[in-house]
Write a protein that binds this ligand. Structure first.
Ligand code: BEZ
Length: 390
């Protein structure tokens, strides 16, 4: 009798294994996260900081989010829009990831958003500011933990007008992030009576700035507004100073100009004013704890990219805990993120209806190799989400 019972139990177990559902459908097993970030090129350091921040939050939660272990599949997107659709399709169709997390470059992020929208795959954008991602392309399954390109640009337009600058030249890379950052700046600066006398640009990721700097010197504007980031930002700030312009024409920018770059920029960045949703001297208990944990884990100081990666993991956790660990419960998952108050090192925030952070944009000034927060340029700034129908 006893032997027969055991045999029946063994048969039942074998049958259960045979009809086992995929891990995601069961709400057990590992969650597969497709990390699509740049690990080479001018944005390589930004990709690494995002991954570091993402992993730090998971470690702090004991290695699990919503009761599930996390497994990674990684792709180096090289900040190359031409390879973006193939790269994201590999993650979605070949690797069957449960969630996509990426990326840094706006052009690459728009390709990710298109695939996410077409396939219904969950996407959390941990940097790229492409306005369309939470504008015309917005969708219930697409979220952002960072900013729109419009947000820091708009805040700086107001700051520069208040400083009394009447005209400005803009200079940036010619792609969505540069165009939209300048667009946000122009909107606020012109509304306040300022005039943009010339919009200069060069293709991404070129760093041959000399001819454009000569043009700025000839134009003699009251001030310059710029969007550059990563390795390109380091070179631009150094070249601007080397051309002798720093002393004569004040340089302002979206905060990416001096974030994660100060060691390399050295004295050439001292005193620069920028606007961003994070800074090095917030001094809140939440930010202090984050900075300490990050420095201990990675032997590096965190920057805005690390914060955005950390908060992307917090958003994933909010979705997973609302869906009780089951990513196939998409309505519960997305509702969990939409209603979450993200306890970010930058200051707590919630998402707008179009799934972009509504957040304070700080005015920062570089001093002693830190982006010191000297004020709030724009309180609880929400992107206008133009074209979003949701
Ligand atoms: C972007 O392409 O959206 C971007 C890249 C680096 C820093 C900020 C924005």
């Amino acid at each position: 009798m006893k032997i027969r019972t055991l045999a029946l139990a063994a048969c039942a177990a074998a049958a259960m294994t045979a009809i086992a559902l995929p891990a995601a459908a069961q709400g057990s097993g590992k969650i597969k996260v497709g990390l699509m970030l740049p690990y080479t090129g001018t944005f390589a350091a930004l990709g690494t900081a995002i991954e570091n921040g993402f992993r730090l939050y998971i470690t702090e939660q004991g290695g699990k989010l919503g009761g599930r272990e996390i497994e990674f599949v990684k792709v180096d997107d090289e900040s190359n829009p031409a390879k973006a659709t193939d790269n994201v399709n590999k993650l979605v169709k070949r690797d069957n990831v449960d969630v996509l997390v990426g990326t840094v470059h706006s052009g690459v992020a728009m390709a990710m958003a298109k695939v996410a929208k077409d396939t219904g795959t969950l996407l959390i954008v941990p940097n790229a500011g492409a306005d369309a991602v939470t504008g015309a392309m917005c969708a219930p399954n697409i979220f952002r933990s960072s900013f729109t390109n419009w947000q820091p640009g708009y805040a700086m337009g107001e700051v520069m007008a208040k400083k009394g600058h009447k005209n400005a030249v803009t200079i940036t890379w010619k792609y969505a992030a540069g165009d939209e950052s300048v667009g946000g700046f122009k909107e606020a600066f012109q509304k306040a009576g300022g005039k943009v006398v010339k919009e200069l640009s060069l293709p991404f990721p070129n760093v041959e700035f000399q001819a454009l700097l000569t043009e700025i010197a000839a134009l003699k504007p009251d001030a310059v507004y710029t969007f550059f980031a990563g390795g390109g930002a380091v070179k631009f700030v150094k070249d601007y100073a080397a051309a002798g312009l720093k002393k004569s024409i004040p340089l302002y920018g979206a905060g990416f100009l001096t974030d994660g770059t100060l060691e390399a920029q050295g004295a050439d960045a001292e005193g620069l004013l920028t606007t961003l949703h994070y800074g090095d001297s917030l001094g809140t208990p939440r930010d202090n704890a984050f900075r300490l944990a990050y420095a201990k884990t990675y032997k590096l100081q965190p920057d805005v990219y690390a914060v955005q990666g950390y908060d992307a993991a917090q958003m994933l956790a909010a979705g997973l805990s609302a869906a009780k660990g089951d990513v196939t419960k998409k309505a519960e998952f997305t509702d969990g993120i939409r209603k979450a108050r993200i306890d970010s090192p930058r200051g707590a925030f919630m998402l707008s209806k179009s799934h972009n952070p509504v957040q304070d944009i700080y005015l920062r000034q570089v001093g002693a190799k830190e982006n010191k927060v000297i004020g709030v340029a724009s309180k609880a700034l929400a992107d206008p989400a133009r074209g979003c129908r949701m």
